[in-house]
Ligand binder design. Structure first.
Ligand SMILES: *Cc1c(COP(=O)(O)O)cnc(C)c1O
Length: 396
């Protein structure tokens, strides 16, 4: 099976992990702060705070911005469930802003219209969480402008987008947001097995996130209320979590980060080759605005015509050929759990229309050109086969 995404582990990665296993520290030692500093430097942010996962980082980011039961979090429906779950962990109310049908990211115009309505109804969001879907940056300047008018905070879910850039600046620099979150799950651009990172330029937010990831505890004498009772002293200041990253994970992340640019370059070249080779097929590929340089976490395509049934047939044909296609994403509010919370179908028509026609093709640095050729010819055959059966049944 040609997988849709896969990690790349080098001998240097293995050596880095083994060195930690043979060292004095497995949890809190030098690797975690070194990885935090390296990610912050790479994305030109002042602070990096490492977490056990991006899910944990998104949760703590929401807590650090004081998201609570009377508040609203708005995010994109076209994302992994973790983006929206973060709001529910804080007992906040969650709503979804439809995507732009061409870029598949949160639509700034839909956001403005929804904000205008919410303002009149008196329930503006406290936090808006744009998601850089497939690695392509959202229009952050437009969303940031709206935050100034309507007074909300911004968390970028950049789980797909480490190594991407927006208007020539790296995603994660937080120029247009309060906090940016990256994921290091194995299918993402660089991996720590499980792991995540929050970047920010606000020293108080960084401090609060550090405390929240470790039970709400601080050992920093500059922060403790009691003045120097002894070196054993620590204080719990609020209810936090155990969301720490280990030294083993951070060492792997540091080693992987050295190849971030190479990974993104390889992904970008494969994506450009898909765009060239798929151009003659009845497919729609996501539009890439000139101001956005994607990290190419995912290569998604939409079938140009027909509905559900046709996608199912094309998908099954590809899987039968050993092509590990996938679908990203079912709009979150259509998930059974979210349906029990009462979200109506049709809430975000663009996200639903995209979902019904979407297929994710394999894309990762280990994908060879001959693998990619197999994907392309199988897709072309699948589309022909579906067309042929449709015309036999008199649909075409
Ligand atoms: C993967 C992912 C997450 C969660 O990341 P974990 O590190 O697995 O917790 C959150 N948001 C998006 C958009 C993701 O793709």
């Amino acid at each position: 099976m040609i997988q849709y995404g896969r990690q790349q582990i080098s001998q240097a990665d293995v050596d880095a992990v083994v060195a930690v296993l043979q060292s004095d520290f497995l949890t809190q030692g030098p690797q975690v702060p070194a990885f935090e500093a390296a990610v912050a430097a790479r994305c030109q942010a002042d602070h990096g705070v490492a977490f056990s996962s991006a899910t944990a980082a998104l949760h703590v980011a929401c807590v650090a911005l004081d998201l609570g039961p009377d508040d609203w979090l708005w995010t994109s429906p076209n994302t992994f469930v973790a983006s929206a779950n973060a709001g529910l962990y804080c007992k906040a109310k969650v709503d979804f802003v439809d995507i732009n049908a061409r870029t598949l990211n949160m639509c700034a115009i839909a956001l403005e219209q929804k904000l205008d309505k919410a303002k009149r109804a008196g329930h503006l969001p406290k936090v808006v969480m744009p998601v850089h879907f497939a690695g392509q940056p959202c229009d952050m300047a437009a969303i940031h402008d709206l935050s100034k008018i309507y007074g909300f905070r911004i968390i970028e879910d950049a789980s797909h987008a480490i190594g991407a850039s927006y208007r020539s600046d790296p995603v994660g620099n937080c120029r247009y947001s309060d906090i940016t979150v990256f994921s290091f799950h194995p299918v993402k651009i660089v991996t720590t097995a499980e792991g995540g990172m929050a970047s920010t330029n606000d020293p108080l937010l960084a401090q609060r996130m550090q405390r929240l990831r470790s039970h709400g505890i601080t050992r920093d004498p500059a922060q403790t209320l009691e003045l120097n009772p002894g070196p054993w002293h620590y204080e719990q200041h609020e209810l936090g979590f155990n969301y720490r990253m280990t030294e083993i994970q951070a060492a792997l992340g540091l080693s992987q980060l050295e190849r971030l640019n190479t990974f993104v370059k390889q992904r970008t070249e494969l994506a450009a080759r898909y765009a060239r080779c798929l151009a003659s097929l009845p497919l729609v590929l996501p539009e890439q605005p000139a101001w956005a340089q994607s990290a190419w976490h995912l290569q998604v395509v939409q079938l140009a015509a027909g509905g559900h049934t046709q996608r199912r047939e094309v998908f099954d044909y590809l899987r039968a050929q050993g092509i590990g296609v996938n679908v990203h994403y079912m709009p979150i509010y259509l998930q059974p759990f979210w349906q029990t919370l009462g979200y109506p179908r049709g809430l975000c028509p663009n996200a639903e229309a995209y979902f019904n026609r979407a297929i994710t093709l394999p894309l990762h640095p280990g994908l060879t050109m001959s693998d990619q050729d197999r994907v392309i010819s199988a897709l072309s055959e699948a589309i022909d086969a579906v067309r042929w059966s449709a015309s036999e049944e008199g649909y075409l």
